[in-house]
Design a protein around this ligand. Structure first.
Ligand code: SF4
Ligand code: SF4
Length: 86
């Protein structure tokens, strides 16, 4: 299980700055960096360190099993962002 960014995200990039695994995107090297409305966590690389949770000013980051039911689909929203076969 990885951490997941859900609906409240305001794309202020605070989590990206503290992530030790460099698994939050888009980052400065991605074309979506300027226009992103939310960020995403790569479930393949998240080490579940919890740093992003306390860094987020709006409470948008959850450990996947703790996602509120109305945002459960954000687990797929995050994972799909990193798919290269779509
Ligand atoms: S839990 Fe840690 S490794 Fe996973 S996205 Fe958050 S800061 Fe990065
Ligand atoms: S810190 Fe929170 S609001 Fe900011 S980009 Fe990360 S998840 Fe979104």
């Amino acid at each position: 299980m990885a951490y997941v960014i859900a609906a409240p995200c305001v794309a202020d990039y605070s989590c990206l700055e503290v992530c030790p695994a460099d698994c939050i995107r888009p980052g400065p090297d991605d074309p979506e960096f300027e226009t992103a409305e939310q960020l995403h966590i790569d479930p393949a690389n998240c080490i579940e360190c919890d740093s992003c949770v306390s860094a987020c000013p709006v409470g948008a980051v959850y450990d996947a099993p703790e996602l509120p039911p109305q945002w459960s689909h954000y687990e797929s929203v995050n994972a799909d962002w990193f798919r290269t076969d779509a």
